[in-house]
Design a protein around this ligand. Structure first.
Ligand code: CTP
Length: 394
């Protein structure tokens, strides 16, 4: 249910910290990748070793003891969700004021992922206007607050301020992580340049690094899709993505056809148009002089998908162009009978192959056309998926 979702579990200093242990276990059992982050005072209530043993990664406690020089930004950027349970009045106050006085509050300020705050404190503190105002500020910024319950508090007192039960927090997290606009959708993405063998050691290839395809797979996963990434490159796939490694255009074709009933297929791969007609079984020796390479056409996977498109299915192609971007891309869209073409001018600076950024024009079959200026490949991925989500909703 939460397979591969990256969750940061922030634990601050309160008697209820023991309940975070149960929450950690539930999240890990549901397939989430849990990174616990404890404040100094949290460690007075529960030992680090407990979380070390239960979570997916060792506990993090400080910005400065980490191998990563910027753990707060790295953790904040890669998280799908940050939950703080229990959250003390101090941690809530720091977060609401943007004060990053420890690793956890620094992550909270650095992240763009959804945040769930589960306050736990004595009734007098819970009812204090400062705490209530801070929570209101956080709610107005989109933070989810799981209200505490009434019951026994530390020292035997009774009242409101008791941390919500782990089952309740788990339910809120699941709801937040599974209500993406691609929830329940099967998405297939291809990535990288295909390699067409000349002999066992040589191939005909291209400059594609697969980064844009990987970014689309990651974005689709974050938006709730079940994602298969068919890739020719040796990059680690995002956790939770089903990775299928292929090399040639024909292997990619076969892998795509096996999954051709997906809701969405995004052909981000740079598939070779031609391959050597004869592949030598043994290494071609240079004594024989340079061999003549005779090429033959490969199957156009995208055209194949376009000609057998299922009702309601959305097929997306890419178009790498160096001139007359829109004219060539819209001709491709029509010729290959696809729903969307993402066109990029690969001759422009910082655009396309191997770059971290991209700039594209997104063309739809109904003639709609949208230019997306230079930005990270992950942001481009979300723009492409926004278009796909609109088509799926029609
Ligand atoms: N594509 C494909 N199978 C091929 C070649 C390309 O599925 N054998 C897909 C690519 O994955 C991409 C789209 O077709 O989504 C367009 O690729 P591109 O190389 O820009 O266009 P081509 O069709 O190869 O046309 P041209 O080389 O003439 O620009």
């Amino acid at each position: 249910m939460l397979a591969g979702r990256r969750i940061i579990l922030g634990v601050t200093g309160g008697i209820a910290a023991y309940k975070a242990v149960l929450l950690c276990r539930m999240l890990v059992d549901a397939g989430a990748h849990v990174t616990p982050v404890m404040t100094e005072s949290a460690q007075k209530f529960v030992g680090k070793a407990t979380f070390d043993a239960l979570a997916s990664e060792p506990v993090r406690t400080s910005i400065f003891d980490d191998l990563d020089p910027i753990p707060h930004t790295t953790l904040g950027q890669t998280a799908d969700l940050v939950v703080v349970a229990p959250a003390t009045a101090r941690s809530i106050g720091s977060y609401a004021s943007g004060i990053s006085d420890d690793l956890l509050t620094a992550i909270l300020v650095a992240t763009r992922a959804p945040v769930v705050i589960c306050p736990a404190m004595h009734t007098e503190m819970w009812e204090h206007p400062a705490v209530q105002d801070n929570l209101e500020t956080l709610r107005s910024r989109g933070v989810t607050v799981v209200a505490p319950e009434e019951g026994r508090l530390a020292g035997g007192d009774l009242g409101s301020g008791r941390l919500a039960e782990p089952e309740k927090v788990f339910e809120v997290i699941t709801e937040l992580l599974t209500n993406g606009d691609f929830n329940g959708r099967r998405v297939v993405v291809t990535a990288g340049g295909t390699r067409e063998a000349i002999d066992p050691v040589r191939y005909v290839g291209n400059r594609s690094t697969g980064k844009q395809g990987y970014a689309i797979a990651e974005a689709a996963l974050a938006r709730g899709a079940e994602v298969t990434l068919i890739s020719t490159v040796d990059l680690e796939a995002p956790l939770g993505v089903d990775l299928v490694s292929v090399e040639s255009a024909s292997e990619m074709h076969e892998a795509v056809l096996e999954r051709a009933d997906a809701d969405v297929i995004v052909m981000a791969a740079a598939v070779a148009d031609f391959r050597p007609l004869d592949v030598s079984d043994s290494k071609i020796k240079k004594d024989g002089g340079p061999p003549k390479l005779v090429l033959e056409a490969t199957v156009d996977i995208l055209s194949d998908l376009g000609s057998s498109k299922l009702p309601g299915q959305v097929v997306v192609g890419f178009a790498a162009e160096t001139d007359e971007l829109v004219a060539h891309a819209s001709a491709k869209l029509e010729r290959k009978n696809v729903d969307v073409i993402v066109a990029n001018d690969v001759s422009a600076p910082e655009v396309g192959f191997a770059h971290e950024t991209n700039e594209v024009t997104i063309l739809e079959a109904d003639g709609c056309l949208r230019h997306v200026s230079l930005r990270s490949k992950r942001e481009i991925a979300d723009e492409v998926l926004d278009t796909v989500a609109q088509i799926l909703a029609r």
